[in-house]
Write a protein that binds this ligand. Sequence first.
Ligand SMILES: [Zn+2]
Length: 127
Amino acid sequence: MFCRKCGKEIGDAAFCPFCGHPSKDEVEVIDPANSEAKKEEVKKNDEDKASGWWGVLCFFVPIVGLILFLVWMDDKPKTAKKCGIGALISVILGVVLAVVYFILIFIFGPAIFHSIGINVDVSGMVH
Ligand SMILES: [Zn+2]
């Protein structure tokens, strides 16, 4: 005999030793708790539509993204992921912009100071 739930060979056992499912027909009742849990699962998936707007919001406010990511990690994994990615991209972009900013200062900084120096010299000659 095979278990009708998990399909494993269970011999003549009244209950499947692998998943605990009863092997007899008369005990085959729809488990209300199980179907309720399934409904809950569907509802949860329905709510967790992972709207792209959350990613956009978390991109502009990365700290909110981080908080939402931690809060929703269990309940809405898809939405939480969007928030996490949005916040992550925002942080990475911020770091990249900061690096570019410092590179520009490093490259053009001396030229700016040099030009200021020349101006000072010129004004010094005038006086
Ligand atoms: Zn089974």
